[in-house]
Design a protein around this ligand. Sequence first.
Ligand code: PEP
Ligand code: MN
Length: 355
Amino acid sequence: MDQSWISKDKKPIVIAGPCSAETEEQVIQSCTRLFRTGKVNIFRAGIWKPRTRPNSFEGVGAKGLPWMKKVKDLLGLPVTVEVAKASHVELCLEFGIDILWIGARTTVNPFAVQEIADALKGVDIPIMVKNPINPDLALWMGGVERLQKAGLKEIGAIHRGFSNLGEKVYRNRPQWQIPIDFKRLMPEIPMICDPSHICGRRDILQEVSQKAMDLNFDGLMIESHIDPDNAWSDAKQQITPEVLGKMITDMELREYNPDNIPDEDKLAQLRSQIDHVDDELINILSSRMSIAREIGEYKKDNNMTILQSDRWNAILEKYQEKAASTKLSEGFISKFIKAVHDESIDQQESIIRKK
Ligand code: PEP
Ligand code: MN
């Protein structure tokens, strides 16, 4: 499969630009400053924005497309835009957009993905598919398969994390095992990481981008704005072009050739996967404990005891039953749940003793 748009010799391939195109000047300036860093290969901007709540800025619409075309003509690099339906595809093709991407809120809907695939029949354009917002590997792969069936040859995947109730560290929890499984099952599809939507904040962008590089992702899609705090969407996660340039410069890149892995490298690769899953476990435990502390506040305000025996017995029983279907031993599950529960009690006690 020809994947010339995402040259394997240039790693990481960096896709950068604002979350949303806002004005012509903002788009041109953002991309020009990104270009000057010498680190960016493809420019992005959202033109139609799928927003969680109505009454937020929903994108400038088709009038932003000529701005992207101008960026391409001015700087000589390809541009990419999110499409969510057939009419978006048609407009992008009309305005010479080089690469399309399907957003997370669209990948969840097979009708919408099929509509895009149908609109692209017979068209030769690269397209990237973001993971769906829910952690469903089959739905993500299904999106790619619909495009393949429509005859598209240059398809990429973007890992942007998964929505998770109660998550405190990330905006969208990375759940690295899912893109790793994707790469195992569809090794020919380049995998890009979008740390901006995973993090939702600037301070951990570098570490998440580094993790993606350590896991041998092919590239990064990072949001960048000339005035991040005043961006019309996703202000908290955007960085200036110069900060982005420095981030890429500071990245540690290691060689990895999947066709020639000595056994020790294979082991190192597996160990690095384990380390990433362990990191995630710690983050998940930390989110759990912050919920436990909130429960502690509630119990304190309502004068309740910390240990609610019925609730605890029900939890223990539920997970012992679950052991059977998870390849985890019952003994391990109960030790683990008890340890987590003990720590929750300690955390709640510290809340109740405080004040
Ligand atoms: C975006 O890239 O601006 C965007 C809307 O992302 P996602 O589809 O990952 O939420
Ligand atoms: Mn965004």
